[in-house]
Design a protein around this ligand. Structure first.
Ligand code: BGC
Length: 255
């Protein structure tokens, strides 16, 4: 990987692309902490590959960064190619995502992975999963529901529990954080739906621990105690930096 001005130390730039924001930060890969600020731009609408790639390039330019870059994408990527686009523009389908980002960055190599997979890697290494072995499931509650499955530190990529059918409805249409906001539900009302989704997930993979991520994990004390599923659930600890940290980890080959 070419690099003209990578700062000294074990650092990398991670960028987390979501349905509403494109967020970046330079990550200390020894601690999982950001070096300096987190920088966020709104996800362009329509969120086409070209428009999102330009926003990614603006984030890279903001940091004046010339080293390795890891970027997330909020959907399934197989062999570098986008296979699902639930919460971004449909024109992503079939796009070679690493190539799209790399072209916007003047040909610099870019590593890409699913947003929830990135968050799961980061939480397992530096956050709520760091002292746990066995099977960890991370679910991110945001515009949709993302998922990551990690077994003893190894990621099983591209799990999509947000699209499981639960009681005749897609899990993310039942229990994403955006559903709570749209329906103006209390945490108590929303948590009923989350419990149903968690039961479906735990019946399928029997995790040892579930980590609840996404912005709503900041308010975890309001709703995690109300859950009625059987697996222990803890709030994510890295919160709005998990995707950034995970993206930086893979870009640097830190895993
Ligand atoms: C996508 C996942 C993604 C999640 C969170 C879902 O709709 O299918 O791949 O991780 O949203 O962005």
């Amino acid at each position: 990987m070419t690099s003209t001005s990578t700062p000294p130390g074990n650092h990398s730039l991670g960028i987390d692309v979501g349905g509403t924001g494109v967020k970046g930060g330079i990550v200390d890969l020894d601690t999982g902490l950001l070096i300096g600020e987190r920088f966020k731009l709104p996800t362009p609408q329509p969120s086409t590959p070209d428009a999102v790639a330009m926003t990614v390039a603006e984030v890279v330019a903001h940091f004046g960064w010339h080293g390795p870059v890891g970027v997330t994408y909020p959907g399934v990527i197989v062999d570098g190619v986008v296979r699902t686009a639930a919460n971004v523009d449909e024109s992503w389908l079939g796009t070679n995502v690493a190539q799209a980002y790399s072209e916007a960055l003047g040909g610099r190599p870019v590593t890409v992975l699913n947003d929830a997979d990135a968050a799961g890697l980061a939480e397992q290494r530096f956050g709520a999963g760091r002292n746990h072995s066995g099977v960890i499931v991370l679910l991110t509650f945001g515009t949709g529901i993302g998922s990551a499955v990690i077994h003893n530190g190894q990621l099983l990529p591209n799990t999509e529990f947000g699209h499981l059918e639960v009681g005749g409805k897609e899990a993310e249409h039942r229990a994403a954080a955006s559903v709570r906001e749209r329906k103006e539900w209390s945490y108590k009302r929303w948590t009923r739906e989350v419990s149903r989704v968690l039961v479906a997930v735990e019946n399928a993979v029997w995790p040892d621990l579930i980590i609840a991520g996404g912005g709503v994990s900041r308010k975890g004390d309001k709703w995690i105690p109300l859950l009625t599923n059987r697996t222990p659930v803890v709030a994510a600890e890295l919160q709005n930096t998990a995707g950034i940290v995970g993206a930086a980890m893979v870009s640097a080959g830190a895993r």
